[in-house]
Design a protein around this ligand. Structure first.
Ligand code: GDP
Ligand code: ZN
Length: 298
């Protein structure tokens, strides 16, 4: 008899898997089991477990989505950081620490390029009532923005309702309040403050993989160290502009079909920015990321 389960953590060898009853087992892959196309098992994968003395992963179910990064040290090889993510949730604070827009734009491009919907959480609104102005560009671009305060209990019910039952890759710099938010929404969860790791601590990337935290309502929050490096893998220059939703309407309208939207005449994307319909800051992020992807040759 085999039972469905979800891979919570692990990297090769032993995997922590959680079955539908919530029991967590240590499991290994059945000896000869191969995934289609030589894929490797990843955190977030849905599997079928066989209890045959030990617990064995006998089957890996097809993936709905994956967050992919370049394999360390190999420019042409990729690695799935986490499978079956329903949404990327990027958390920033209004202040303390000051929001880092380039980092936010990078996370949004990572989500777009993996075709995973993204939403933004702006926490600590108790510290600055004008939070909405800072993030208006993102609302105009079509991203859901949640304004929250753990301290004042603002926006927590709404945020809880969009996490419920879904697999969310939660990311954002250290100290913005990710653990505090989860503890406030799910009082039994008892995450240590600071437990949901930051994604900027490079030292951890190579050793620590993604980690799924089960939520009481059936959802999961995935802690993804290294999401920043998931980077812009597999996005070429021509695809990058389409990862900015507010640019999409203009993309067919440039004078040159291979327009890079930098200095070319008759550029419809730049026209959007010049007329104020798209944000100059977002455009600046586009230009920087373009230089990065063109420079790296990926
Ligand atoms: P993480 O590193 O993103 O998990 O952030 P933590 O949850 O550890 O929070 C970092 C610090 O911010 C802690 O001292 C929290 O008490 C504080 N904090 C979290 N949320 C809020 C908030 O809504 N308002 C204020 N003023 N402080 C907060
Ligand atoms: Zn253009």
């Amino acid at each position: 008899m085999s039972v469905p389960a979800v891979v919570l953590s692990g990297t090769g060898g032993v995997w922590q898997v959680r079955d539908a009853q919530g029991a967590v087992h240590e499991a290994s892959m059945r000896g000869r089991l191969k995934l289609p196309g030589g894929l490797k098992l990843a955190v977030g994968d849905r599997v079928m477990l066989e209890h045959d003395g030990g617990v064995t992963i006998g089957e890996v179910l097809p993936r709905r989505s994956s967050l992919t990064r370049r394999a360390p040290g190999n420019r042409y090889d990729s690695r799935v950081v986490v499978a079956n993510v329903d949404q990327v949730v990027v958390v920033f604070a209004v202040v303390k620490p000051e929001p880092h827009r380039r980092m936010l734009d990078r996370f949004l491009v990572v989500a777009e390029s993996n075709e995973i919907p993204a939403r933004i959480v702006v926490n600590k609104v108790d510290l600055d009532p004008r939070a909405n102005e800072q993030f208006a560009d993102y609302e105009r671009a079509g991203y859901p923005v949640h304004y929250t305060s753990v301290k004042r209990g603002l926006g927590l019910v709404e945020l809880g309702s969009v996490l419920a039952g879904r697999v969310s890759a939660l990311t954002g710099p250290s100290g913005v309040g990710k653990s505090s938010l989860l503890n406030a929404i799910y009082p039994g969860l008892n995450l240590r403050v600071g437990e949901i790791s930051e994604s900027v601590n490079k030292g951890r990337h190579t050793t620590v993989g993604a980690l799924m935290h089960p939520l009481p309502d059936g959802g999961y929050v995935v802690d993804t160290p290294g999401l920043r490096e998931v980077g812009i893998w597999g996005v070429d220059g021509a695809m990058l502009a389409a990862c900015f939703p507010e640019f999409r309407a203009a993309l067919g309208a440039c004078k040159f079909r291979d327009c890079r939207h930098l200095t070319e005449p008759g550029c419809a994307v730049r026209a959007l920015v010049e007329s104020g319909q798209a944000s100059a800051e977002r455009y600046d992020s586009y230009a920087r990321l373009l230089a990065e992807v063109e420079g790296s040759g990926s």
